[in-house]
Design a binder for this molecule. Structure first.
Ligand code: MN
Length: 298
């Protein structure tokens, strides 16, 4: 099942195929019901937490209501209220190498980039999350503002100290993501938490539609020019290892967002640029435009 959030906080099921195109089927009524029952004392995105109970009704309702072409809705982040926004920093060898090369060339782009085992993972602000229709407001155009295409796992159930063998059991589904970054000397979490610098979309696909998250193509282009092109089989820590690693430090909750790391090819974007990320067709196509931040506005 593919779920999207669209327009004014509405919930939809996405039906269709790449060849026939996709339609959005409004099931906001079920979202209202889920949220009305959600306990505020629990860290969780209510809809993601309710998937095991509600999936059957969601799929049924989707076939009973008319669809709208996906191009005619405004897509938001497919997860409304992630408890955490987690990201793996240096999880592809070729990306680590390109960052080291920049240091060797005297480019001031931040700190040394050790492998993930030494670097740990990091947290971005939840309020930096946007969906495709919201665009990315570039806040410091005088700096390098770079795209990082990533596969994103969405946690489905609460868990801590999760062994690698059980890691994938804790994933509700996946989406495409952009871990946008302003380069500079400040702490990573500060530079990557700018409003709009965590992009998720176009939809959330349940884990059963992804045969193997550790064997997915991942490709990014800017205005049609390919800049990143890899496969998640090159991940240093694969998806289940990432779950084990994060949960050895903290409890994971339903709706937690987990960026799995970016491959080589990170490069600057400027206002006006269109970024596109593609992978397995089940994940759809993430397209978003950059614009200039206007003080006090967006
Ligand atoms: Mn990243």
């Amino acid at each position: 099942m593919k779920l999207c959030r669209f327009n004014n906080d509405r919930l939809g099921v996405v039906l269709g195929t790449p060849a026939a195109g996709y339609t959005v089927h409004d099931i906001t009524k079920l979202q209202d019901e889920i949220r009305a029952k959600a306990p505020y004392a629990t860290y969780a995105d209510a809809v993601i937490a309710a998937l095991p109970e509600y999936r059957g009704r969601m799929e049924k309702m989707a076939t009973e209501v008319a669809g709208t072409p996906i191009a005619s809705v405004k897509l938001l982040s497919p997860v409304a209220r992630p408890p955490k926004n987690i990201a793996a920093p240096t999880n592809y060898a070729a990306h680590i190498a390109e960052m080291q090369l920049r240091r060797d060339q005297g480019m001031n782009i931040g700190k040394h980039s050790p492998k993930i085992k030494e670097a740990g993972i990091f947290l971005k602000s939840n309020t930096s999350i946007v969906g495709p229709s919201e665009g990315i407001a570039i806040r410091f155009p005088e700096r390098r503002n770079e795209h990082e295409a990533e596969l994103v796992a969405i946690i489905g159930k609460k868990g801590t100290d999760i062994p690698i063998e059980k890691g994938l059991d804790y994933i509700a589904g996946y989406c495409l993501g952009l871990d946008m970054t302003t380069r500079g000397p400040e702490d990573r979490s500060f530079r990557k938490s700018i409003d709009g610098y965590s992009v998720l979309g176009p939809w959330f696909v349940t884990a059963d539609e992804i045969k193997d998250p550790n064997n997915l193509p991942l490709k990014l282009d800017v205005n049609g020019e390919v800049r990143q092109n890899t496969n998640t089989s090159d991940l240093i820590y694969n998806v289940q290892k990432l779950i084990e690693f994060a949960s050895s430090f903290y409890t994971l909750y339903p709706g937690d967002v987990y960026y799995t790391g970016t491959p080589e090819g990170v490069a600057p974007v400027v206002p006006g640029d269109w970024i596109r990320v593609v992978s397995d067709p089940a994940l759809g196509e993430l397209k978003i435009q950059c614009r200039a931040h206007v003080a006090g506005l967006s």
